[in-house]
Design a protein. Structure first.
Lengths: 210, 210
DNA sequence: TGTTTCCTCAGGGTATTCCCCGAGTTTTGA
DNA sequence: TCAAAACTCGGGGAATACCCTGAGGAAACA
């Protein structure tokens, strides 16, 4: 029997999960908390998996992952949240969470996730995996077409701009006049369709123009 | 019958693929090229899918994707390569490739991929998807720690900078003085450890500070 | 109840970017 | 081979970003 704890400030969620797992012969909810402080103070060492809400009254569950894991190194944490937000997932995983579930999960998925993290595997729902993949690949195939081709010189200069070179430094580095560099900068802003260097850097990184 | 073309400078690869698909009733290799120039010049408009090698004598297949797609907007490109390199995959997809296959692929996978891209879906082998996922999840745990925490106000302003707002526009938007915005900008540059807005935007996007 | 951090704002100045104009040379490609 | 595109450079000016110093009020924290 796998002992699982849950931390969520909404009692309804706790009860929901409890009900969901009531009939399970493999998993049991042995503890429930409504805040990070409670969890850190009261978690029983026998608990193997913690379902941890992200929005808690006394702080972010994501941030708390680190601290909790420091005291309970063998614990596996599954983040539990309403938000399908890529950056949340990343942060949670980076802070040591092994899984990330949405609150509309079902019994099968919940048990699968618990078993997976207990086995040392990472567990992410399929749609979350797809979101991460999309984010990682960028949405460029369509949008890239909108950006006119940059010339080699323009790409070169754009690369240096991203590396924080000023116009003067660029000119010195590639042996051309600062006026020429200014021309290229203006053309870049024009071509890419932004209004300043910040936009230039953003679009370049987002779409991998360089 | 789906008409497929292949571009690869190794005739052996071409013949291998041809043999692999010989028995297929759905897919046929109708053209084969050994360079980008040949491909661009000779590709028949009827061809629906192009298997494109990445290393070609007259340039990179990845770069060529854009040009080829400009001339054949309805074509679907599957990159074909020996390299399991995440950045290659990303670049290929960003340049419009709909799939990325390793050369040790088998018949089933090849046909699956062709059908998928033809249906407008992206096709990546499972191990490539996993690599992307790992890369996406695992990059920042160390690097994020190097950056001092930004305050809420700083994050807010950084977000607006990335959206190309000028100091004046930011001040107007959040109802504070331009001088205050300048303070925040200076502090941001200081904290993040860069020397100008370009660096600020780059680091913010790279490490997901906002 | 202090101390620190955050947020606010200012003066005054320098550096850099951005934009307008025009124009010559070189390279590319049909 | 001829036109287009790319690369080069200039003057001059307005807008924006960046730096330094200093400082008061508010909120968070111990």
């Amino acid at each position: 029997m796998i002992e699982v704890a849950i931390t969520d400030d909404h009692v309804i969620v706790i009860e929901g999960i409890r009900t969901l797992l009531k009939s399970s012969k493999e998993v049991v909810i042995s503890q429930a908390f409504t805040s990070i402080a409670e969890t850190v103070g009261g978690l029983h060492p026998r608990v193997q998996v913690l379902l941890l809400d992200i929005n808690l009254p006394d702080g972010s569950g994501i941030e708390a992952c680190k601290d909790i894991l420091q005291r309970f190194p063998n614990l596996r944490i599954i983040a539990l949240t309403n938000y399908e937000d890529v950056s949340f997932v990343k942060q949670a995983i980076r802070n040591g969470a092994m899984g990330y579930l949405l609150k509309n999960t079902d019994k099968t998925q919940l048990i699968d996730a618990i078993k997976a993290v207990l086995a040392g595997e990472r567990y992410l729902p399929k749609n979350v995996r797809e979101m991460l993949l999309n984010e990682s690949l960028g949405k460029a195939p369509a949008s890239a077409a909108f950006i006119p081709k940059l010339t080699n010189r323009e790409k070169e200069i754009l690369g240096l701009i991203i590396k924080e070179y000023t116009t003067e430094e660029i000119a010195a580095k590639i042996f051309i006049s600062t006026k020429t560099v200014e021309s290229h900068r203006s053309n870049l802003i024009q071509k890419v369709g932004v209004k300043n260097t910040a936009g230039l850097v953003r679009v370049a990184l987002e779409r991998g123009l360089i």
